[in-house]
Design a protein. Sequence first.
Lengths: 250, 246
Amino acid sequence: MAVFQAALVNEIEKLYKKKKALVAIVLSLAVIIIGQLAIVGVRSGFGLRGVGSVEFPMLVLSVVVNTILPLFTALVAIDSFSGEYSQNSMRITLTRPVSRFKIFTAKISAIVLFILATLLMLLIFSMLVGLIFNTNSTTWDSISRTFFAYLVSLFPMIVLALGIVMLANLFKNGISVFFVSILAFIVLEVLGVVFSQYSSLFLTSQLDWYNLFLINSFPLGKIVRQFMIMLGSGIMLFTAGFYLFDKKEF
Amino acid sequence: MEKIIEIINLSKSYRNGRGIEDINLNIYKGDIFGFLGPNGAGKSTAMKIMTGLIRPDRGDVKIFGHSVTEEYELAMKKVSCLIETAESYSYLSAFDNLKQLARYYPDVDHQRIDEVLELTGMSKYKNEKPKKFSLGMKQRLGLSAAVLSRPEVVILDEPLNGLDVEGMIDIRKMIQHLAEKEQTTFFISSHLIHDVELTCNRIGVIYNGKILNVDSTQTILNNYATLENYFVSEVQRNGRISSCTR
């Protein structure tokens, strides 16, 4: 456990020191400010209501889970694997008394922590901005639902990250991984529209699964089914990614 | 004598036909073993297998009795290495680079990091990032990383790459000091014959992926004027045998 902990601390330090993760978080926060300014503009310019204080974080979430969050997840995941392959710096860790499984798991854990940190930052800032700019009544129930919606958005992002990590271990350079990831994302989006009856199977549709938690009737059966699909895909992608990583020669 | 590294029937072939074939070697405690061979002879391949960077087609390497393919963490617990070029994270300072490695060893603290940076003459650059370092400075940082954990075995692949004469002498002294005072076992590959002669006490010659001979430096120098003469003689003898069997 101590060895895994050391590997995880190292991965987090590398993410932090590279500043890419920090830039990603700052840009995410910029989206909130721009979004809020747009809403203020609409309200004062056209006299429309825009959104309420609790609706604003949900509006932010609906935008980021389909755009910048997958993009930043892809960048961090690619950098963590392909970036180190291209600079040969993966050898630094691989030649220490730590197994490849622990290195792989530590890297994945660091990516998951990055996604979680970004989601929490987005939640806190969007709530603060929502409360400051849109003064109307807020209930604890709506706050807890918003919090939960942000939290569960982590799961499809983890599956997405695992998919990108698998691609990073399949292709030689980071640019190929990035373009194949974008292509796969677009194809899945299109498939989700064309074959809408099977859309729950596609990862891109699962990015919006937080909406299931906002329905008053709480569709437990559907939530469990979606979760199991994500869990299954996650396990398969993790196994495939690790298999490729373990076989890799440096 | 205690056997530290055991290389058993190690084979690995690449698509281009190069690689190593049936290498058998034993390294004992306190050895400064020189792995001598020309470019492309298979030195780096053997060393990469020894450090788990690539997997062998056949055979195994045991370090302190633990297989590197089966029990990697145990095998590498008291081992440190520098393979080909000294790698470092360009966005971390020299000190932070070593701090990353120190986390894997509970008894390595900040004081030890300062100590190894001093030992390799890098202490004045400890807060600088390696992207501005020369090849020699990067190599010194790599050597600092290799001795950081007070390893009992150090595997060095071409450790003098990019070093100036002063650097070569410093590193040679450091290797001899660690072997004498701390009984550290070294496995060093090099194509620099003169340097192997001055540093190592046992020498193995590898040529075309095969081990030609292993002997102590003393015995070799008793029979040959220089190590270079011995190397040429071994290679020529092998060449004759190869051409006879063709």
